[in-house]
Design a protein around this ligand. Sequence first.
Ligand SMILES: Cc1cc2nc3c(=O)[nH]c(=O)nc-3n(C[C@H](O)[C@H](O)[C@H](O)COP(=O)(O)OP(=O)(O)OC[C@H]3O[C@@H](n4cnc5c(N)ncnc54)[C@H](O)[C@@H]3O)c2cc1C
Length: 400
Amino acid sequence: MDFDPPESVRPILERIDRLLADHVLPAEAEVLERGWNGAAELLAGLRAKVKEAGLWGPQIPKELGGLGLDLVEHGLVSERLGRTPLGHYVFGAQAPDAGNLEILHKFGTDAQKAKWLEPLARGDIRSCFSMTEPDNAGSNPTMLSCVARVDGNDYVIDGRKWFTSSADGAAFAIAMVVTNPEADKHARASMVIVPCDTPGFRLVRNIPIMGDRGEGWASHGELEYINCRVPIENRLGPEGAGFLIAQERLGPGRIHHCMRWVGICERVFDLMCARAASRVIDDDGKTLATRQIIQAWIAEARAEVDASRLMVLNAAWTIQHKGFHAARDFVSTIKFYVADVMMRLIDRAIQVHGALGITSDTLLAHYYVHERGARIYDGPDEVHKMVVARRILARYGAKR
Ligand SMILES: Cc1cc2nc3c(=O)[nH]c(=O)nc-3n(C[C@H](O)[C@H](O)[C@H](O)COP(=O)(O)OP(=O)(O)OC[C@H]3O[C@@H](n4cnc5c(N)ncnc54)[C@H](O)[C@@H]3O)c2cc1C
């Protein structure tokens, strides 16, 4: 196995690194200070630079104006972009649009593609993915109450959703709604495209995350659908295929997230080492770097981040060459392992920074607040661990 980045992606990685260093990193503090709406012009300017450089949409298919990278190549790009909170957004690779784009590309009709997919791929509009409900356990996505009943040529949707990321300012939601309550639990729901200006669709609030409501793309919305009427032709894929399509969306999505987290780990690791090497802690001029406990944290973090990176690339490679089924266990193990490595590293880096670590003068507090969800979304740690352990134990004859 060759551990070098493939030749196909090496020049792209170099150009991305340059663009990040020259334009994106210098804009980071201003965007985080002013918020996603306040800094809209600055962000639009950065996106224009990415497009000019021919680097827009690393994972977007070529026929839609992107680079059309495969999963391993995009994983490597995602790691670079993850080194700044602006990276994925500025390069057109941000969740939830990336996942929505993928399912619209795969399951959309020609009319849906022209209306929603093409402007989404160009970055002219944004979207959101509306599955989780406040009143049902999101970790079991077959439990949904939001219903869509047929009335003439329309679906009429009623229900509540929350944690619909980026709903604020989105042009449309892909909503997972129950279309046949009598069906088998995996066939009850369908995906329906709901334009956000449809009467009856309401963004109730941006939910505060540890005190931060966020705005625009960087927000998580609570939504109400009341008598919300959309044509049946807005259904994405066959009736009852919601669960299957959601699974389809999550597979590559987990690779994208995990490589982004590896990028975050690298950024946080740099901050931790730089602080340890420069913070003088006694009269002899000794720094934190001379202390064994800090050295142990640094060595452990290095090993864990390297392990994470190889595990994610292995999962991506397996999906690409042997199919998703062969990679199922790898995808589950990376999801909980890398999220845990990232959160432990952020916490230790904060500790190394002392009081400075919990201020907004470094990126650490931002990551601490906004990445904690990594251990919850796309399947909480406990569910992935349970699924993997069950499969392993079944091979030893354990009964469920
Ligand atoms: C930052 C963030 C962004 C999100 N974005 C979106 C989005 O864009 N669209 C969307 O639809 N949803 C989104 N979600 C919601 C997310 O998918 C759900 O939070 C997730 O599925 C868990 O569901 P829940 O919060 O209802 O937790 P619950 O299902 O109530 O579970 C609570 C806890 O119980 C434990 N648990 C659950 N099941 C088991 C089990 N079988 N065995 C042992 N322990 C278990 C876990 O520790 C879990 O954390 C987002 C969430 C976060 C945090």
